[in-house]
Design a protein. Structure first.
Length: 374
């Protein structure tokens, strides 16, 4: 097959999937507004491996038309929605003039506040008027799939999807010098990420044998520090600032639990990274990656704005004690279900379901099947 991905930038959260498509003999073109993001570079993100992928950066109108008209009968165009990237908006408009095999590979939307109401109105209007232009919608997680259904896009062509992260060797673990239970947050210290909620929940935990690390930086750090101080937990909490992706993974690997308390996260790829390192996760129900948690070994989900529920989830995990090497190994083995090859095979099966009448596929993270071939 031929795939064209129209997106805002080259992302380390999709490169493994695209490279796996290429390894299976499919052609992939990645048409992006920009090759990278200075903001993400400051956060420690690294440029992904794009071996075998044809990357087209900031294309001209002529280049876009050439790509659009190249082998139209066996090419599938996948857009990051119809609003975000310039390239995706161009392709969405072009679909109204020259229809092609086209779908979305996109997140849901943040529904909080007035902006959330306006987003719902805009997406619903677009779904009612032109939703059928999208013949396949690979939405990030069940949250994303529910969003597009609510906004009147074709429910019979919506499937949950997932971001992937690059495979990596787990860092060696240093012997523990204490028996403390270790919790880690990795990401920007901003309101959307809910770090203030985590600080409040940790304050309610009332345990002296727990340590919490905030890996990342952002404008909410002073407020989070103030919450921690108010609860008298300053000596139990560490703020590292921004670190490299390798360093962040080392800290996740050394933790017993990763927490992602976001008020909204289209996916939350740090959940993938934690599971690949054998570290269980607690996340809010506003994170797309909630789909990867089983409520037991891999972690659990709580209601996004319920600090008491988050604190209770932390208490359950702490009471169970530090994670064992055997439990880590089992989680790491399961994480192959969201590897680049597994997700690429699922995407190919979804395309065949729509265009060739194949069976409707089930996400590999729901079945644990990592052996399918596309």
């Amino acid at each position: 097959m031929n795939f064209v991905f129209w997106q805002n930038q080259v992302s380390m959260h999709q490169s493994a999937c695209l490279r796996a498509l290429v390894a299976r003999g499919h052609r992939c073109r990645w048409v992006v507004d920009a090759a990278d993001s200075p903001e993400r570079a400051r956060m420690g993100w690294t440029a992904p491996d794009t071996s075998g992928i044809e990357v087209v950066v900031a294309p001209s109108e002529r280049q876009c038309l050439e790509i659009w008209n190249d082998r139209p009968d066996d090419t599938v165009h996948l857009l990051t929605g119809f609003r975000g990237a310039n390239t995706a908006r161009w392709a969405w408009r072009q679909q109204g003039r020259q229809p092609r095999r086209l779908g979305f590979l996109a997140e849901g939307a943040d529904v909080r506040g007035l902006k959330g109401v306006l987003r719902r109105a805009l997406y619903s209007w677009e779904g009612l008027r032109r939703g059928r232009r999208a013949e396949l919608i690979m939405a990030m997680g069940r949250n994303g799939a529910a969003w597009y259904r609510r906004c009147f896009f074709p429910a019979d062509r919506i499937l949950p999807f997932a971001y992937t992260v690059e495979a990596f060797d787990p860092p060696p673990l240093e012997p523990r010098s204490d028996a403390h239970y270790r919790i880690v947050f990795v990401g920007s210290l901003i309101v959307r990420k809910g770090v203030d909620l985590l600080a409040e929940a940790f304050g309610q935990l009332a345990r002296d044998d727990v340590r919490l690390s905030f890996v990342g930086d952002g404008p909410l750090r002073p407020a989070v520090e103030a919450i921690i101080a108010r609860h008298g937990r300053t000596r139990q909490v560490e703020f590292t600032g921004n670190v490299s992706n390798a360093e962040a993974r080392s800290r996740i690997a050394a933790a017993d639990l990763l927490v992602l308390p976001s008020r909204f996260d289209g996916w939350g790829a740090v959940v993938n990274e934690a599971l690949m390192l054998g570290t269980p996760v607690v996340c809010s129900d506003r994170c797309g990656a909630r789909d990867l948690l089983d409520g037991r070994d891999r972690g659990e989900v709580y209601c996004w704005n319920d600090v008491s529920a988050l604190s209770a989830a932390l208490a359950r995990r702490v009471s169970a004690g530090p994670i064992s090497p055997e439990a880590r190994s089992a989680i790491r083995a399961w994480s192959a279900a969201v590897s680049g090859p597994a997700v690429a095979d699922y995407l190919v099966s979804a395309v065949r379901w729509v265009y060739e009448g194949g069976p409707k596929p089930t996400p590999p993270w729901e079945t644990g099947d990592t052996n399918a071939r596309g």
